[in-house]
Ligand binder design. Structure first.
Ligand code: MF3
Ligand code: CO
Length: 264
């Protein structure tokens, strides 16, 4: 985080709004994951997501998002299959049995944002397969990061916990993309790398809300972005998983705003 970038502390009323948007984000993401099966295209999942937003009168913070002059993001969902790490643009790609897919979905309502992602298997997952283990470890790494979100911890404790979990398995933790503060904007300060030495950076305080989103590769952590200006893939073609939650820091520890019964 560069100097002078303030981390917003949300008020009680603001937190209530964020709880609501977090819940809605989780609900829609759960709906979408139930539709994942062989033969479905990523474009169809994006259509379902668009309908879910329309039905509820909600906006997409993803659609048209264009940081730093890149091509505006053309969908409401990021659907990243297998070696795609994040920001996969939905389209005609048909899901196949044995694929894994990251669904990354954001919602905006009355000026507040929710953001969450989950990686799941298409069809039956082979228990203890490489893909199964990758997803389990990445979700676990997210949970380990979230556990650090208590008042008084330091920002880099989050990334350190994420990285330690993934590296124990010899997996590569992506460095090119990071988690972020979230609230009035989808991306607020601070940036939250998924790696680093512990005990660095600002102290965490009650009322801060962060989107924590580890991206973990079976092989090297190196990523490259395709010509569409968005889709990030592993440089070595290895499988990648991505999990994300919007999390509030409270006096009693982390509160995962995008977690509901049945979700990750
Ligand atoms: N959840 C991702 C993030 O936090 C997706 C945003 S990229 C977008 O960066 F283009 F789809 F908006
Ligand atoms: Co995010």
């Amino acid at each position: 985080m560069s100097l002078g970038e303030r981390i917003a502390i949300k008020s009680r009323r603001e937190i209530d709004q964020m709880r609501e948007i977090g819940h809605i984000t989780a609900e829609i993401l759960l709906e979408l994951r139930e539709r994942v099966q062989p033969g479905v295209t990523t474009g169809q999942l994006d259509e379902l997501a668009t309908k879910a937003l329309e039905e509820r009168g909600l906006n997409s913070p993803f659609l048209g998002y264009a940081p730093g002059g890149v091509a505006p993001y053309p969908a409401v969902l990021c659907a990243s299959v297998n070696e795609e790490i994040v920001h996969g643009i939905p389209g005609s790609r048909e899901l196949q049995e044995g694929d894994i897919i990251s669904l990354d979905f954001g919602v905006e309502h009355r000026g507040w944002h929710g953001d969450s992602a989950v990686t799941i298997a298409v069809g039956e997952i082979v228990p203890s397969s490489e893909a199964d283990k990758l997803m389990t470890v990445t979700q676990d790494a997210l949970d380990k990061g979230i556990e650090q979100m208590v008042p008084g911890s330091r920002l880099s404790d989050i990334g350190h916990a994420v990285e330690s979990r993934a590296e124990k398995e010899g997996y590569g933790v992506v460095r090119q993309f990071v988690g972020h503060g979230i609230g009035r904007e989808m991306h607020e300060p601070p940036q939250i790398p998924n790696y680093g030495r512990p005990g660095r950076g600002p102290r965490l305080r009650t009322g801060m809300v962060f989107a924590i989103e580890p991206m973990v590769n079976i092989g090297s952590e190196k990523a490259k972005v395709l010509k569409d200006e968005w889709t990030a893939v592993t440089a070595d073609g290895s499988l990648s998983a991505h999990f994300e939650h919007t999390v509030l820091i409270t006096d009693n520890g982390p509160e995962v705003l995008t977690r509901i019964a049945g979700s990750h």
